[in-house]
Design a protein around this ligand. Sequence first.
Ligand code: DX5
Length: 224
Amino acid sequence: MAHPIRIAPSLLAADFARLADEVKSVEQGGADWLHLVVMDGHFVPNLTFGPFVCAAIKKVAQQPLDVHLMITDPWRYADAFLDAGADLLTFHIEVAKNGDVPALLAHIKKRGKKAGLSVQPDTPVETLAPYVAQLDLVLVMSVFAGFGGQKFMPSVLPKVARLRELGFTGEVSMDGGIAAATIATAAAAGTNVFVAGTAVFGKPDRKAGIAELRTLAGGAAAGS
Ligand code: DX5
């Protein structure tokens, strides 16, 4: 199941004083998806934005919104983000005890959107096994969720192959410390969606940054 390489700039690293310009900049630079980081200050120590900002981004975005809910209660907010224009909605397996995971995944898909689960670096990927048939996407965190600019954790790389052993055939995304120095290893491990904040928004030339990441991912994937 060869999935296309997708570069998904993480808006956490964008200049929020010029968000519309930043969205246009990375889309003109070749971004495939826009990665929106929703943090509630509870599941993760950071606090970002809600459906209101997602809807504002939707107004100016051309590319799909890949919305990552780093929140304790995704059941409460899923519809608000779907109404606000999320095209993919991913929540964390670590909050599974708070609600019905299959029901939420089914609800997202019933609304015609793609459903994903994300796993923190220290959570075994086997926790996703009961849901692989329902998932369109798995987001493997290569840093502990909450902040940009952290160091890539290669220890998570084997999770991608393990997902395939568990029967997952959908898209695998990796998020955290993805940059020129690390993207090839992520691609070689079987990742096809690359979430990058600093490596894209930290560069004045977003087009060059995205192109470099795509080239490095493509080269590695071909070789894997
Ligand atoms: C962290 C966020 C990431 C983060 C990535 O919790 O989910 O998307 O913004 O930032 P970099 O690419 O700088 O590690």
